[in-house]
Ligand binder design. Structure first.
Ligand code: NAD
Ligand code: TDX
Length: 331
């Protein structure tokens, strides 16, 4: 089977390629990635001789047409993915997340190629801290940020291309991922690398916001389950019962690194900061028989901290520029 992975040099995409090469040797993988600030060929170095890498933009219609025409399946991870960046400069989010997805959809429509769309739980907006509800596939879309609104727009394009043109697509909306190869702009790697550098972790606002954490490998095994056993046109929510507030995540990082649990700073809040995300993944478990491999957030986080300690050469080149951006925002 010939698989085209977009965004395969990013965090989740590179982990997906590693998993696929390791566990599905029959799959021929081509990665299409523009190598933005968030993409790094070094993330694919361990599998470089097992895949084909193409540097290019998902909004380049000619290139996309050629690559999609040579594939049996497209899995679309590429995106502008960071909420804080989307508040500073929304345009690349509209271009990549909306126009880029449109370009891929037109190509899979022309070539009749199976397509899987990777999205986020942030399309549903947020929940109150004391709300017993979780997101389900029936929750109305209500995105808050330029990032989540462009992801929501891309999801709606996929649904329309399924209904209007019969495109063979599935969608998944996953909660917050953690694990190796995540850019140091994101919450967990930022705090872990801060602690390694002797800098105090930085919590936005009061630190009460809740995210539903899932190990990136569990996201990716769920994507394979949906691609292989999911129903065309359907949306699957991916999550692993990992609700934690940001303060408790920072306290756990401090504990696991031998620091005092109050050695963090509260900084100014993100504008429009979503309070809580929570996923009901019943359908994935009951319909598709998926189960996460990482049952303990504590163990997964400890392994992730070990990975950042052992792979400083991978993240160090990004660290200063990332912190300079945050310094400008006062965060
Ligand atoms: P990331 O920012 O780490 O990686 C994105 C990758 O896409 C990079 O390699 C980048 O170079 C590439 N890219 C960006 N614009 C491109 C373009 N125009 N053409 C080709 N390549 C381009 O992101 P991530 O965290 O790995 O997220 C991957 C996907 O998963 C995204 O669609 C995101 O919305 C979704 N998602 C992420 C999370 C999370 O917690 N990180 C959770 C749910 C869903
Ligand atoms: O330094 C920080 N301090 C802090 O308190 C950073 C960078 C973040 N935070 C907070 C904001 C959020 O409540 O931590 C939480 C997680 O922040 P991010 O890592 O920026 O993730 P989030 O905004 O929740 O979005 C992530 O999950 C859903 C991904 O970046 C998205 O791509 C995905 O769709």
């Amino acid at each position: 089977m010939r698989l085209l992975v977009t965004g395969g040099a990013g965090f989740i995409g590179s982990n997906f390629v590693h998993l696929t090469v390791r566990e599905r040797p029959d799959v021929e993988v081509t990665v299409l990635d523009a190598l933005t600030y968030a993409g790094d060929r070094a993330s694919l170095a361990p599998v470089a001789d097992r895949i084909t890498f193409v540097e290019g933009d998902i909004a380049d219609a000619e290139l996309v047409d050629r690559l999609v025409g040579a594939a049996d399946l497209v899995i679309h991870f590429a995106a502008e993915s960071h909420n804080d960046n989307s508040l500073s400069n929304p345009w690349p989010f509209v271009q990549t997340n909306v126009v880029g997805t449109y370009t891929l959809l037109e190509a899979v429509r022309r070539h009749g190629v199976r397509y899987h769309h990777i999205s986020t739980d942030e399309v549903y907006g947020d929940l109150e801290l004391d709300d017993p509800a979780k997101f389900t596939p029936e929750t109305p879309y209500n995105p808050s940020s330029p990032y989540s609104s462009t992801k929501a727009a891309s999801d709606l394009l996929v649904r329309a291309w399924v209904r209007s043109f019969g495109v063979q697509a599935t969608l998944s909306n996953c909660s917050n991922n953690y694990g190796p190869y995540q850019h140091v702009e994101k919450f967990i790697p930022r705090q872990v690398t801060n602690v390694i550098d002797g800098v105090r972790p930085k919590l936005y606002g009061t630190g009460e916001n809740v995210r539903d954490w899932i190990h990136v490998e569990d996201h990716n095994t769920a994507v394979w389950a949906i691609v292989e056993r999911g129903q065309i046109g359907e949306t699957y929510l991916i999550g692993a019962e990992g609700e934690e507030n940001n303060r408790s995540v920072v306290e756990l990082i401090l504990e696991l690194t031998g620091q005092s649990s109050d050695a963090y700073d509260l900084v100014s809040d993100r504008p429009g900061h979503d309070m809580r995300y929570a996923i009901d993944a019943t359908r994935l478990r009951t319909e598709l028989g998926w189960e996460p491999r990482y049952s303990s957030f504590r163990d997964g986080l400890a392994a992730t901290i070990d990975w950042y300690r052992a792979n400083e050469a991978w993240w160090r080149p990004q660290k200063d520029a990332t912190e300079a951006k945050y310094a400008q925002l006062g965060r």
